[in-house]
Design a protein around this ligand. Sequence first.
Ligand code: PAF
Length: 292
Amino acid sequence: MQIHSTVPSIRSAIREARGAGKRIGFVPTMGFLHDGHLSLVDSARAAGCDFIVVSIFVNPAQFGPREDFSRYPRNEAGDKAQLESRGVDALFLPPVEVVYPYEFVSKVIVAGVSEPLEGDRRPGHFDGVATVVLKLFNIVQPDVAVFGRKDAQQCAVVARMVRDLDIPVELVFGETIREADGLAMSSRNSYLSSAERALAPRFHEALVAGATAVRSGGAGVEGIETAMKKAILACPGIEIDYLRLVDPETFAAPKDLDRDLLLVGAVKIGSTRLIDNIHVPRASGRRQHGTE
Ligand code: PAF
């Protein structure tokens, strides 16, 4: 696996690969890799890519001043070994001054979809994500870029940016990979103590309760959100930040329930904040509801 830490060096490797007729797949990450990230590499390959680039960059611009940037988990040696064994062709591992050179002032703001929920709880977070993703797209110029659906609002923000700015990349969204007990894989799971880890699957169970309520067709938006909240309130030790039913493209409340829907949530267990979601595709035969 090639390792590059500067823009000219990764660009020249990609130019060479493209010259050899390769289709470039790109998986941007912040490292501390787990099976969820590795499945995104597989998704890039399944999308026909035969030169796969992964970036590892813990992006300071997407962390708020009181967030976990300085303690975000890192494991460079372990990450390199995992990527190598998954057949990744090139790792882009830039230092912060390569991504944000002295006097960097630009910012990408994707209005609308980046504002509610995560955008509201983490002001500036999606500006930081959109800015670094556009910058990485400009550096790598991939044919295909893969993002994990666990960060559903991030997927929607990136999709909107690509559409609005005519960025010539095909987006692929990889399914959330879960532990056997349902907990979505996340680098931040490493913050959980063993008692907190034991509670964590209840979060996914609450989203499943919401999905069941959507599919069974007896409730409107409020009833569905209440079903999720009840499942968590029965479980002291988990604090609800939000549990909502939204339109997966806009992250606004759905106009009706006869469409693709997304149950999204954020909870705190101890000092660890987790996010997760369940997509409920439009089903023919699902009863039409008011939105309460
Ligand atoms: O999902 C992530 O790991 C990050 O938000 C991303 C897309 C690599 C941008 O820093």
